[in-house]
Design a protein around this ligand. Structure first.
Ligand code: HEM
Ligand code: HEM
Length: 182
């Protein structure tokens, strides 16, 4: 398997970015979704901190991934439909954009409520803003809204890839998966 993308398939690095980040982001969504219901105490503190740490990891990975995408070929779409090809390109870039919004709004909320974040107990990232309830309210609204818009787009993205695989019967899904697709 090539390290870099080719005009016909994704390379090793892009595939790993794609699937490892899919798992990490969906796990962090699950943590975020349930953690608000936890009773105050060490477990709640631990899970909140884990959610923030994983979120910061996602932020670092998405910047690296965007950089990797920009210096790489993007495989030529397998469908002939000009409009759908344009749409898929827009949705792919939208994922990068909304992941930045999700992570920065989470970081801003956390800063406005509490201060610096201890990432996996290894190092701290500084607060982005001073403690401020108004900013916290706006940031958490943006965080929640962006996360749910993102999940809706992931649903659309999964449906599109299943449509390629089962109806159009092309290699769109296979060439993002590991092993040989061509
Ligand atoms: C992959 C990225 C992320 C995803 C998928 C995600 C997802 C979520 C979800 C689903 C919620 C619950 C929202 C609600 O029900 O109102 C949430 C809340 C929260 N998120 Fe994130 N988040 C991400 C990144 C971050 C980051 C980077 C931080 C901070 C550094 C963060 C801090 C928080 C905090 C503090 C809350 C709790 C709000 C509360 O209940 O008091 N999140 N997140
Ligand atoms: C957190 C969830 C996901 C995100 C953020 C995401 C994001 C992306 C992005 C940005 C691309 C463009 C390539 C790149 O820049 O890396 C892509 C391609 C792709 N994704 Fe996802 N994805 C997610 C989950 C999934 C899932 C669950 C599936 C399949 C069931 C899937 C199937 C594909 C396929 C087949 C491609 C290649 C499309 C093409 O060749 O035009 N993705 N994804």
């Amino acid at each position: 398997m090539d390290i870099k993308n080719t005009s016909s398939s994704y390379g090793f690095i892009s595939k790993n970015f794609h699937w490892i980040m899919t798992v990490i982001i969906l796990l962090n969504f699950t943590l975020g979704y349930f953690m608000g219901d936890l009773d105050k105490g060490p477990l709640r503190f631990f899970i909140f901190n884990l959610h923030k740490s994983v979120g910061i990891l996602v932020l670092v990975l998405i910047i690296l991934r965007l950089f990797w995408r920009l210096i790489n070929l993007v495989p030529i779409p397998l469908s002939q439909n000009y409009l759908l090809n344009k749409l898929s390109k827009v949705v792919h870039y939208f994922f990068y954009f909304i992941l930045l919004v999700m992570t920065f709004s989470g970081w801003t909320y956390s800063s406005a409520r509490g201060g610096p974040i201890n990432v996996f107990g290894l190092f701290s990232v500084p607060a982005l803003v001073e403690k401020n309830n108004e900013i916290a309210k706006i940031a958490i609204n943006i965080h929640t809204l962006s996360v749910y818009v993102f999940i809706a787009f992931v649903g659309l993205h999964i449906l599109a890839s299943l449509y390629h695989h089962y109806f159009l019967k092309d290699k769109t899904l296979k060439r993002m998966w590991f092993g040989r697709s061509n």
